[in-house]
Structure formats: C-alpha cells, structure tokens
Design a protein around this ligand. Sequence first.
Ligand code: HEC
Length: 197
Amino acid sequence: MTGQTFKQGEKILFIIFGIFMACAVVGYILLEIYRHQLDRPMFKNRVNYVFSEEGKRGYELYSHSRCNSCHRVLGNGTNNGNDLDGIGSKRSLEWLVNFLNEPEKTYPRRTFDHGALPKEAYYVEQMPKSDLHAIAVFLSELKVEQGSSMSPLPPRGRSEFIDNMVGTWAPKDWKDKYQDVRQTEKYLKSSEEKTAK
Ligand code: HEC
C-alpha cells in the first residue's frame, strides 16, 4: 500500500464537505437567478445622501485627508476605525465639530487614534478650523433611515420579530444591566411621530 487510499472516516468527511459545497453553489445560483428576475432592488435602500455646498466641499477634504485609511464612508474605505455612514443620524453637527476640533474632550471614552501625538490621527485636530467645519457638515449629512443596519435606533413601532429575538437570546440579567433602547425617550418619540403621520 502506498498510503493513497482514504480511510472510511475520511471518505465520509469528504462526502459531507462535498454536499455542503454543492448546496452553497446551487443556493448561490438560485439566488442570483431570483435577483435578476426582480424588477425592484432585493433590499430597500434606507440610506440617502443630500449634500449641501459645504457638505460637498467637506467630502472633497475628507477624501484627501486620509480619513478613509481608518473609516468607511459611502461604501469606501476600511473598517479599522468606525463606519461613519449614517453618523448624521447619530451625532449632531455641533458634536461633530467639537469632536474634530477637540476629540479627547468630546469623546465619551478614552480615544484610541484621535487626539494629540503620538496618536495616529493627531493631524486631524490640527487641520484648519474651516476645513474641519466643512468635514463635519459633510458627515452630518450622512443620514440613514431609522431601522437600517447603520441606524442607531431600531425600526419604529412594535416588532414581534425583535420581541421574540430579545425574549429568546437576551440573558435575564441584561434587563438590570442595560436599558432597552426601545424604552428610551428618543425612540418612543420617534415611534409617536410615525403613528401621528
Ligand atoms: C488612524 C486611524 C484614524 C484616522 C486616520 C482617522 N480616524 Fe476618525 N476615528 C478613529 C477611531 C479609532 C475612532 C474612535 C475614537 C478614537 O478612539 O479615537 C474615530 C472616531 C471618529 C469620529 C467619531 C465617531 C463617533 O461617532 O464616535 C469621527 C467623526 C471621525 N473619527 C472622523 C474622522 C475624520 C474626518 C478623519 C480624517 C480627517 C479621521 N476620522 C481620521 C480612527 C481614525
């Protein structure tokens, strides 16, 4: 024997792996066929961007200031820092201006990259104030619809699905440790607006 034959257990493993691969390929092909036949996008677009003149200038500055080496915006950039798409729905323009100018004073926790040397993004707070303002305006215009994956708040109104998921997966002691974001004033208010419409 030259050791080329497979043991019984190995054969079974290969077969199981083969079945998984085949299912994945067939599933992918079926999904693509289904997607091509749809006359609307498969997922509703919940992100929209309307830029003011200053916002457009901010975008230009943003693109040339190495922000993309740590952040993601409009689908470009990296995930080293945080994703800034939708940040305009989470932070106010004032907060963004303050953060870019004085990150360490503004950020709720200790900063990792923004702040004074030797932090890597030290150069940001040294940029001209008017440039930082334009960038802040640009960021504040990156809005997302509530309930999208980038939104800080879940969809408006009661969702049975979310209730079930929380009921099933959230450990009991989380109730004491964390506040359910759906109980916060901000969320309740946003849901009222929806019912009022
Ligand atoms: C070296 C990596 C790096 C670079 C470069 C960088 N950032 Fe950041 N950024 C971070 C990290 C990490 C955080 C989280 C705060 C921290 O720990 O510093 C952050 C936080 C932020 C936040 C606050 C997000 C929030 O809501 O909490 C904004 C706004 C921001 N960056 C904008 C920018 C802009 C604009 C530029 C370019 C001019 C830039 N950043 C360049 C890494 C970076």
